[in-house]
Ligand binder design. Sequence first.
Ligand code: SAM
Length: 212
Amino acid sequence: MTHQHTERPEDHFTREFWDERYVGEQVWSGNPNPHLVTYGSELRPGTALDFGSGEGADAIWLAQQGWQVTAIDISVVALEGVAARAAELDLELICLQADAFSWSADTTYDLVSAQFMHLPRPAFVRLHRELAASVAPGGTLLIVGHHPEDIGHAPEGTTFEDVRFTAEETASTLDPAEWDTIDALRLEREWIDRDGRPAVAVDAVLRAVRRG
Ligand SMILES: C[S@@+](CC[C@H](N)C(=O)[O-])C[C@H]1O[C@@H](n2cnc3c(N)ncnc32)[C@H](O)[C@@H]1O
């Protein structure tokens, strides 16, 4: 995932910034994120939330596996693209526009996924608490992002706050009494960098299963 850094960190988390990015050319690969495929494939389909869905490759993949998917993003342009792609594929998807800085869970899902949905602290901690609160009993929380050791996604040379995080940091926002399993992982993954060269990305992967 590549980012154009500006000198105003707050600009990275607005509808204007992301609508502009999503107009015109495709931004991401179009493939579902690998950790979602790994862990999602182990689960029996139910209801799923994909928060920060972007162009919707994850939401579409989940719907194709039989999940009833709600895709949330701040970008209306992205969500319109997701809805159009779902319609082409004859898939039913709920697309909702919301801002992670103020969004609160009003229902629960069997799977809650947020892939590379980075935010500055303390909004990041608040969002992760809300995502955890929206996991149904027995459901799974899967939060994936760039690990601080992922040099290919470092915010060097800018005034941009380092929004990378460890899975342990996210795990620390969970109450262990409420979860059967909390796996906080650092996983390496091969990818092609922005210069087209093979590289290794380092991901923070938090997978937790809520008590049934
Ligand atoms: C790095 S992209 C990841 C997209 C997708 N999950 C993927 O892995 O391809 C981050 C996404 O977060 C969304 N986003 C950024 N700020 C947001 C905010 N304040 N509220 C909700 N979504 C936001 C962007 O529109 C973008 O789609």
